[in-house]
Design a protein around this ligand. Structure first.
Ligand code: SF4
Length: 258
């Protein structure tokens, strides 16, 4: 499978995401990028900006693609975590949400359901809750809300790293925590990252470094929202960027490099 289609979505080169590989995330974030007041920046944009401000700039100026089947499947499974996960029930829902499911999608569903049954999931109190922070000017839609800490659960459609969470998730978690503290009036020090394809959920404890880097990314995103065209960072992780082929001035051949 599954891994091939997943990686096609997440990486330009089709290699499986490595621990710390950040760029494959954020390409599709469900309804997180819906219309909002112009002064509010989507959390997915903050995460993109943290990896490369130029990436956020490009993302803002390109049309949004269709929802990938992997996202639809992971999302639908995520509505059942915390309860008995019944494959036929989810399949029926999926066939309504996406009538064009392929055989490969059905195999994914079976594999991911099987993986998810092994995890002891927390039962969410609510789903798809829009959170925002006026203070920091950001917003996002939390996949899961829990009654107690961790108050936020974020569904991911990538396989889990071998340990911990990916670096990009730390920025996402910190940004969601900012929003949760303002919208839900809770003290949010950790966020649950739910890697549906692996059937693994992991707590991301937010560190001062995560908040600091998130604030810096928000600042950069705000500059871009304000019309500034960012420079490409010298250390931009272009070799892992799914926008590499669309990125202007990227060397495309040896002639470009010479
Ligand atoms: S290819 Fe490089 S410079 Fe262009 S958006 Fe991606 S990471 Fe940034």
């Amino acid at each position: 499978m599954t891994e091939k289609r997943l990686t096609d979505i997440y990486t330009a080169k089709g290699s499986r995401p490595e621990t710390g590989d950040e760029l494959e995330f954020g390409r599709y974030d469900g309804e997180e990028q819906e219309e909002e007041k112009p002064q509010l920046t989507p959390i997915s944009g903050v995460v993109a900006c943290h990896a490369c401000p130029f990436r956020y700039y490009l993302e803002k100026n390109r049309e949004r693609g269709e929802e990938p089947a992997e996202y639809t499947i992971a999302k639908q499974i995520s509505y059942h975590t915390g309860d008995e996960i019944i494959e036929d029930e989810i399949l029926e829902e999926l066939e309504t949400v996406n009538p064009d499911l392929t055989d490969e999608d059905r195999v994914n569903l079976r594999d991911w359901v099987s993986a998810c049954r092994k995890e002891n999931w927390q039962r969410p109190a609510d789903y798809d809750v829009k959170l925002k922070s006026e203070k920091f000017g950001i917003y996002g839609r939390a996949d899961h809300i829990f009654d107690k800490s961790p108050y936020i659960g974020i569904v991911r459609t990538a396989p889990a790293p071998e340990a911990g969470v990916y670096g990009a998730e730390r920025i996402r978690a910190a940004a969601f925590a900012f929003c949760a503290e303002e919208t839900l009036d809770v003290t949010c020090r950790e966020v649950l990252i739910e890697y549906i394809p692996s059937g693994i959920s992991r707590i991301c404890k937010i560190q001062p470094k995560d908040r600091r880097e998130t604030l810096r990314a928000i600042k950069k995103a705000k500059e871009i929202d304000g019309g500034k065209i960012p420079k490409k960072p010298k250390d931009a992780p272009c070799d892992r960027c799914y926008l590499r082929d669309e990125c202007p001035d990227m060397p495309k051949s040896i002639l470009d490099i010479l």
